[in-house]
Design a protein around this ligand. Structure first.
Ligand SMILES: NC(=O)c1ccc[n+]([C@@H]2O[C@H](COP(=O)([O-])OP(=O)(O)OC[C@H]3O[C@@H](n4cnc5c(N)ncnc54)[C@H](O)[C@@H]3O)[C@@H](O)[C@H]2O)c1
Ligand SMILES: [Zn+2]
Length: 356
């Protein structure tokens, strides 16, 4: 088992990672839960496969919502509050987010606000949630006007990661998680990038022992960033590498035909090209990133959208400040920074370069 500490002073917590960790009672989890009332928030897919399984280690009531990003809404929140009241949850109770990023985000936001805030536990079941959304305390829901527009920073008490859950995850969802994993390596850790490059077969074949290792690495990297900049006033922005372009593509595809991780993969490809074009990064490094993404089976180009439209979408991204477009670009594999001097022409040209 791997244990990673997210060092946030009095809000510090551990991430436990192990294949099969949820097959038997988890002492560290039980120490936190004690005799308290628990409500587990999960979606219909995860509930169908794993409700019985998780019930064997957590004595909990359930609040189950229809799976899908389209249900990460205030309406679902209302149902969770209702279920919490019906289950008799009080200020000492605990909400568990069990599932992918949608379950975690919505459960966390419910925990942050129910009775002005109660304890929260994360048990992620998608690769994306294991390496990204379950760590760092960002919670929230979407509004009709845009994604993640309402939310709170609300750190969990513990995160339990069982790689066995990946065995039932659709391949496309695994790929989306892999895009985020490549992202961590490119922006923060060249040795980690080497490791990924040398083990593409293990990644494709879902070697769970290897996954345990790389999930732990990603959690360590994210824990470091979150410790340095919990509320995203600076460093944490590097985690948005590839995302400004990715969001623009997802938005143009009307959040459906292109998944988040696929958008991020294309976005990182555009960002790396841009970094090369403005002579910030060597071409060889961009080629290494491209090769790794392609070998994993991730897209690095798009066909259906107009480059100018994608640029427009970027300009309405909520992460943008003032009138400048601020972008995370790598200077080499393992290092990235926030740049604010890239021109509109350079950006559009890089976007155009990735159109098939
Ligand atoms: N809070 C953060 O810091 C943060 C970071 C990144 C992304 N997010 C959010 O995460 C969400 C995306 O998360 P996601 O990709 O995990 O989506 P998701 O929660 O919708 O899960 C994807 C699909 O996989 C199914 N599923 C989950 N676990 C499964 C398993 N083990 N076996 C079979 N099927 C399973 C789900 O039911 C769903 O259909 C977005 O809403 C995004 O905004 C949050
Ligand atoms: Zn992402």
């Amino acid at each position: 088992m791997k244990k990673i500490k997210v060092d946030l002073g009095e809000r510090a917590y551990d991430i436990l990672i192990s294949a099969g960790i949820t097959n038997s009672p988890i002492k560290e989890l039980n120490d936190i839960l004690g005799e308290r009332k628990i409500l587990t928030v999960t979606d219909t897919n995860v509930s169908e496969i794993y409700k019985l399984h998780i019930s064997q280690i957590i004595d909990s009531e359930f609040s189950i919502f229809q799976a899908g990003e389209e249900n990460k809404t205030l309406e679902t929140m209302g149902k969770i509050y209702h279920d919490a009241v019906c289950a008799g949850l009080n200020r000492k109770s605990v909400i568990t987010g069990f599932g992918g990023g949608v379950s975690g985000d919505i459960a966390g936001f419910a925990a942050s606000s129910y009775m002005r805030g109660i304890d929260f536990v994360q048990i992620p079941t998608t690769l994306l949630a294991m390496v990204d959304s379950s760590v760092g305390g960002k919670t929230g829901v979407d509004l009709p006007e845009g994604k993640n527009l309402v939310g709170a920073f609300w750190q969990p008490q513990i995160v339990i990661i069982d790689t066995h859950f990946l065995q039932t995850l659709p391949k496309r969802e695994i790929l989306c998680g892999l895009a985020e994993i490549v992202k961590y390596a490119v922006i923060m850790d060249s040795d980690f990038f080497d490791l990924l490059e040398q083990n593409v077969d293990k990644l494709i074949n879902l070697d769970l022992e290897f996954y345990e290792k790389i999930i732990a690495k990603c959690c360590e990297l994210k824990a470091y960033v979150v410790k340095e900049d919990e509320k995203e006033n600076g460093l944490r922005a590097i985690l948005n590498y590839g995302h400004t372009f990715g969001h623009a593509i997802e938005k143009e595809a009307n959040y459906g035909e292109i998944q988040h991780g696929e958008g991020v993969s294309i976005g990182m490809s555009i960002a790396a090209d841009l970094a090369v074009n403005v002579r910030y990064m060597q071409k060889e490094d961009a080629i290494r990133q491209e090769n790794l993404l392609k070998q994993l089976g991730l897209p690095t180009s798009y066909s259906n959208f107009q480059p100018e439209k994608l640029f427009e979408n970027m300009s309405s991204d909520k992460k943008k400040q003032d009138s400048k477009t601020r972008l995370i670009l790598p200077s080499q594999i393992g290092i990235a920074s926030l740049l604010d001097y890239i021109t509109k022409e350079d950006i559009i040209s890089a976007i155009r370069g990735r159109k098939n």
